[in-house]
Write a protein that binds this ligand. Structure first.
Ligand SMILES: Cc1cc2nc3c(=O)[nH]c(=O)nc-3n(C[C@H](O)[C@H](O)[C@H](O)COP(=O)(O)OP(=O)(O)OC[C@H]3O[C@@H](n4cnc5c(N)ncnc54)[C@H](O)[C@@H]3O)c2cc1C
Length: 367
């Protein structure tokens, strides 16, 4: 019997497990992945998100991975191009774009160092429900054996296709249409220095982010009605899109060496899920999912992890009624997330550059 079981041990799950273990709770952290491993993401981290890692004492390890600091963003709207400094957040003044192979491993190890028990290669396939409340998980471990574990609460930190959410079927709200598809890959010899580049055109956004090992993450978002056609020739269409956005951008990407396969997604929902109920709670993409165009999925996850860790510490520690504490978590999450959510959805509609410029300015102020 654990205090807390956390399903999913990446950006949301691992820090939550770490914070609760530091408070003295017994934490079981399970993930069907093994670490280090990759997951789909262009992994840009805003300073205000990194400020959580700094506060939790794990930022130095991310910096030590050799991930280059990003101090500026060059935004090309076609009609104009501007370079602006990244907005500092907390006591962090630079953005970062660490590979998920690096970041998620650091976070999982930090949870273990704090005392959480991590079981990798463990796939959760059922929730144990007794008297209307979730009381545990059922899954298969690495050897294929069926295992049941019980805890006072089960947390779904299991990403945008959350098994926990699909099982508990929470109410959803503020649902917005899904607009975009995207593909990205990694290039050598596409130097950026300390500046991320974003190209905004009607119906398309291209991005270049500097990441670990001297590589550049190059990505494209486009309207998802073009996805089936695009995927017939991913590289050819990716390069044609770069050419059409800016001939100079196309030349630079063509001259660089692609070193990994393309990864991509047909569409991503924009939705809030009620993040708690009897014996369960949701955090990260499992609880609140949105288009990646503002690069805020992980920064948002850390803010919400911080709220949820406070709620669970008080609720499980007997300082406050658990359901009341979780209702507070939902209120805090929504109040913090909603302004940026609306700007994200506006940007995800890939409007004309003039409108996108206004939404980007508003998103910059809201973050
Ligand atoms: C194309 C794309 C680009 C993005 N770009 C950015 C960006 O630039 N910046 C940014 O901040 N965010 C970005 N995001 C969003 C970001 O990747 C997510 O917000 C973030 O990964 C959410 O973290 P999480 O821990 O909630 O879920 P995830 O990172 O998805 O982790 C969930 C974990 O749960 C595990 N799991 C799932 N089901 C089970 C199960 N049944 N049993 C056991 N384990 C399970 C999975 O193996 C996984 O390890 C992007 C997303 C996409 C799709």
């Amino acid at each position: 019997m654990y205090d807390v079981t956390v399903v999913g041990a990446r950006c949301a799950g691992a820090p939550l497990g770490m914070l609760l273990a530091r408070q003295g709770f017994s934490v079981l952290l399970v993930d069907r992945s093994t670490f280090p491993s990759d997951i789909m993401s262009t992994h840009y981290l805003h300073p205000w998100g990194l400020a959580y890692l700094r506060r939790w004492g794990v930022l130095d390890q991310v910096l030590a991975s050799g991930c280059p600091p990003i101090r500026n963003t060059a935004v090309d709207f076609g009609f104009t191009r501007m370079t602006v400094p990244v907005v500092p957040g907390g006591e962090v003044s630079e953005a970062l774009c660490p590979r998920r192979t690096v970041l998620d491993h650091i976070l999982a190890q930090a949870a273990v160092a704090a005392g959480a028990e991590l079981r990798e290669g463990f796939s959760v396939q059922g929730l144990i429900v007794e008297d209307g409340a979730v009381t545990g998980i059922r899954g298969r471990d690495r050897s294929g054996g069926v295992v049941e574990e019980r805890s006072r609460i089960v947390i779904g930190a299991d990403g945008r296709r959350s098994f926990v959410a699909r099982t508990v079927k929470p109410d959803v709200y503020d649902v917005r249409p899904s607009f975009t598809s995207g593909y990205y890959s990694y290039y050598r010899d596409l130097p950026l220095g300390d500046t991320a580049e974003i190209y905004v055109r009607e119906g398309q956004v291209a991005l270049l982010f500097p990441t670990n090992d001297g590589l550049t993450c190059a990505g494209l978002e486009f309207r998802h009605d073009g996805f089936e056609e695009f995927r017939k020739d991913i590289e050819g269409n990716f390069l044609l899109a770069m050419d059409s956005i800016s001939p100079e951008l196309g030349q630079r990407v063509r001259a660089a060496q692609r070193v990994e396969r393309f990864d991509g997604e047909a569409e991503i929902e924009n939705v809030f899920r009620k993040p708690f109920g009897p014996g369960w709670a949701l955090v990260g993409d499992a609880g609140y999912l949105k288009d990646p165009i503002t690069g805020t999925g992980m920064s948002d996850a850390w803010r919400d992890v911080d709220f949820l860790a406070t709620a669970l510490t008080e609720g499980l520690g007997g300082k406050r009624d658990l359901m009341e504490a979780l209702a507070w978590y939902e209120e805090q999450r929504n109040a913090a997330a909603k302004p940026l959510y609306e700007h994200t959805v506006t940007l995800a509609s890939l409007p004309a550059p003039q409108l996108a410029a206004q939404a980007m300015m508003a998103a910059r102020q809201a973050s």
